[in-house]
Each structure stands twice: as structure tokens, then as C-alpha cells.
Design a protein around this ligand. Structure first.
Ligand code: ADP
Length: 411
């Protein structure tokens, strides 16, 4: 659809994903039958650098606009540029709402929420749970309120999908006083798991409503065990560090290692944070790269060791999740590695044959939707994730409620 054939009452939703040095956006149009179609996407890279850069792509991924600042422009300048660019793109229409992705809803939010002053105040109390991520998103929300006070903003939490995890599965073996302070398992990648499980419901309801594991294997990686489409166990925990070995994050670790590093290596909190989030995982183990493609291309034994560890940890955690689910009917690969690496998928499936997984090697090589052999007891799938669309769907739903409330208060 082009900007010229938009019906007059059509609604448009921007999805913003604020990282430490980037601000990505996607713009969706609502069609007359309620679907959401991406019109444009892109973002600003190098926030905080001497020359931030804006790029926008059309729905076919062709670059349609670029802009470079020749000074270290602050977030409010960059964000105003972005919103004004979107409004110009949409003219004579306007944005109906902006949806944000927030890492942590803590114990406060298990559903997406419309931003109000009360919600903002509550979200600020969650900063200690995700100090690297949450302040940047709150800064983006604050800036939009300052420049566009009437614009409806919606926040979606990566933890919400896991609200169905049973109490026992949330507990760590820590004193009750600490559990009461919120030191429990939350789980992340919820928007990805939610999107993929909705897709699977459309494709094969039996697979989606049985005992299912979704493996989100990207630069961040986690898996979710689901029964009847609901999360009941997941590999990430209190933070996004736990579970699988990731691009640069360590995954599951004996807490004694942290004590050792504090007591004998004299590491402080900041150093530990850098070690665990940025210097570990595939990068740390290989000493070569955090990218599976580089490691596959390398002949260094350390590259193979890192990939072998990645696969081994996935396999171990599948065993644990299958135990929590009481069996396994379907297994889904998603995100960068899950969607694009036939070699990693094959290595994982091979070590899971005892669970009843048998791969159709040709389908796997070709990256088809269903990659299990006809006689495989567990069906295996590749489903591309689309977290931005999931956020836009929530934004559209909450914006409808917001519009109704505004109309009621006007009359
Ligand atoms: P995120 O969104 O968390 O940054 P992605 O889901 O995009 O991550 O996954 C990025 C990772 O996917 C890369 O770091 C790389 O390891 C892996 N990846 C991407 N393309 C391929 C490919 N063709 N083969 C193997 N791995 C790939």
C-alpha cells in the first residue's frame, strides 16, 4: 500500500525499540480487515557517537531515506526527527499510537499497558531490575510526552507471556525475605514466544496446544516450555543472563563462580556486569566472535568448542523443559540462529533423537516450515519471529480502548 491510497480513518502504529546506542522503529498500517502491514522501518544508530545516522527502508527493504548528524545529537533531537519523519511519511494522516518494548514488568505488570503518569511512576521503580535497558526506554517515553503530549503510548513487557509459570517454577532456593523482594524467575523473550505460538496455532493447532518448546536462538537466546499454548517454564530467570550460552552472555552459571571472582579476582559490580553480559558466551569461549556465521567459517578449535557448547546447553535445557512439560509434542526454532542455521538445527535435533525427534534433512537444509520427518514423534518447525508485529497488535488493541475512553470523557 502507498501513502496515497490510505482510507481517511485508517490507523497507524509506530513500534519503537530503544537499545543502548540505537533506536529502531517500524510503522504499521491497519487494513480494513484489521490486519497490520509494515509500511516502513529503520532507525537511528550511533546514539551518543559523534555522528548518529538515520536510515529508513520501505516494505521491500529498499533504503528510502538517510540522514547523518555531524555532531553528537542528544536523544530528544533524534527522537523529534524520527517522529516528525514518520508524521511526514503519513501526512495527511497521523500516528494513532506508539508501542514500546520494555524488558521487565517485574511483579507489577503481566499485560501490556497504556502510559499514564501513574504507570510511568511505577515503571521507574522497575529500573533496578533492568538497569542497562529500562532507563533508556523511559527516557524515550518522557521525551515523546514532552513533545507530543496527546500521543497514546503503549508499553509491552518481555516478561508478560510468562505470567502463567507456576509459583514453584518461579522460586529460587533463597530465603523467603528475598523472594518477597522479587528475586524470582521472570523469563524474557515473551513477545517472541507469544507471536510464534500464535502463528503455530494457525498452522497446526495440535502442535501449538500440546506440549511445545520454542527455542528463540538469536544473539540473546532462551527457550520456553508451553502446555496448551501457555508458558510453564523458561530458561531465562531473574535476568536475561540465565539459561543458554548466548552471543556475549554466559547463560547458566554456578553462583559460586561469582563469589570466587569477587573474593579472589577482586572484581567489582561493573566489571562483573561487563564480563557476564558482554565478554562471555560464544565470544568469550571462542575468543573469536559472537556470531555463529564467523564461528562456522573458522577452522580454529576454539570456534568449534564454542558452537559445541552452545548446542550442548540447548540440548540439556530441552531435557529440563520437557520434564517440566511432562513430555514433548512439538519443537520450534526461531530468531537469527534458529531460523538461518541448518547446521545448528541439525546438531541440536541429532542429540534429541531419544525424545522422538527425527529431522527431515532436506527440509532442514532448505529451511522449510516443517522440518521433521513424517515418522518423527515430535513435530519440528521453523517459524520466523516478529516481535514488532506483536507489539503493534497490542498497541492497536489498547489504542482502541484508549480512543473509546477519550470519546466517553468528551461526551
Ligand atoms: P537479535 O535480534 O537478538 O540481535 P537475531 O535474532 O537477529 O538477534 O540473531 C542474530 C544472530 O543470528 C547473529 O549473531 C548470528 O549469530 C545468527 N545468524 C544470523 N544469520 C545467520 C546465518 N545465516 N547462519 C547462522 N547464524 C546466523
Amino acid at each position: 500500500m502507498t501513502t496515497t491510497d490510505k482510507p481517511s480513518d485508517q490507523r497507524f502504529f509506530a513500534v519503537l525499540n530503544a537499545g543502548s546506542s540505537s533506536l529502531k522503529f517500524s510503522l504499521f498500517a491497519e487494513t480494513s480487515d484489521g490486519r497490520l502491514e509494515r509500511q516502513t522501518s529503520g532507525g537511528i544508530e550511533g546514539i551518543g557517537s559523534p555522528a548518529p545516522m538515520f536510515t529508513a527502508f520501505d516494505s521491500d527493504q529498499y533504503c528510502m531515506d538517510e540522514y547523518r548528524w555531524d555532531f553528537p545529537a542528544q536523544l530528544d533531537i533524534l527522537l523529534s526527527f524520527l517522529i516528525e519523519w514518520i508524521e511526514r511519511f503519513l501526512s495527511p494522516h497521523h500516528l494513532s499510537a506508539v508501542g514500546h518494548r520494555m524488558l521487565h514488568g517485574g511483579m507489577l505488570y503481566d499485560e501490556p499497558v497504556t502510559v499514564t503518569p501513574e504507570v510511568l511512576a511505577k515503571m521507574r521503580t522497575l529500573i533496578p531490575l533492568a538497569p542497562l535497558h529500562q532507563p533508556r526506554i523511559l527516557q524515550v517515553i518522557d521525551t515523546i510526552i514532552g513533545r507530543y503530549p496527546g500521543l497514546c503510548q503503549i508499553v509491552c513487557f518481555d516478561t508478560s507471556f510468562h505470567k502463567t509459570i507456576p509459583h514453584i517454577a518461579r522460586l529460587y532456593g533463597l530465603p523467603k525475605s528475598l523472594t518477597g523482594k522479587g528475586l524470582i524467575r521472570y523469563g524474557f523473550h515473551g513477545l517472541s514466544f507469544e507471536y510464534v505460538s500464535e502463528e503455530l496455532k494457525h498452522i497446526d493447532r495440535h502442535a501449538a496446544m500440546g506440549k511445545t518448546i520454542i527455542a528463540h536462538l538469536g544473539s540473546g537466546a532462551s527457550m520456553c516450555g508451553m502446555v496448551n499454548g501457555k508458558s510453564i517454564a523458561t530458561t531465562m530467570g531473574f535476568s536475561a543472563l540465565d539459561g543458554l550460552v548466548m552471543g556475549t552472555r554466559c547463560g547458566q552459571l554456578d553462583p559460586g563462580v561469582i563469589l570466587y571472582l569477587i573474593q579472589h579476582e577482586r572484581m567489582g559490580a561493573k566489571e562483573l556486569e561487563t564480563l557476564l553480559y558482554q565478554d562471555s558466551g560464544l565470544l568469550g569461549v571462542s575468543g573469536i566472535s559472537n556470531d555463529v556465521r564467523d564461528l562456522m567459517a573458522s577452522s580454529e578449535p576454539a570456534a568449534k568448542e564454542a558452537l559445541d557448547l552452545f548446542v550442548y546447553r540447548v540440548v540439556r535445557e530441552v531435557g529440563s523443559l520437557a520434564a517440566a512439560c511432562g513430555g514433548l509434542d512439538a519443537f520450534v526454532f526461531t530468531a537469527g540462529i534458529g531460523e538461518r542455521s541448518p547446521e545448528i538445527r541439525k546438531a541440536i535435533c541429532k542429540q534429541l533423537d531419544w525424545l522422538g525427534i527425527e529431522l527431515d534433512e532436506r527440509a532442514n537444509r532448505l529451511g522449510e516450515l516443517k522440518i521433521s520427518a513424517d515418522n518423527s514423534r515430535v513435530s519440528v518447525w521453523i517459524l520466523p519471529t516478529y516481535e514488532e508485529l506483536m507489539i503493534a497488535r497490542h498497541a492497536a488493541r489498547l489504542a482502541t480502548t484508549h480512543e473509546r475512553q477519550q470519546k466517553t470523557s468528551e461526551t
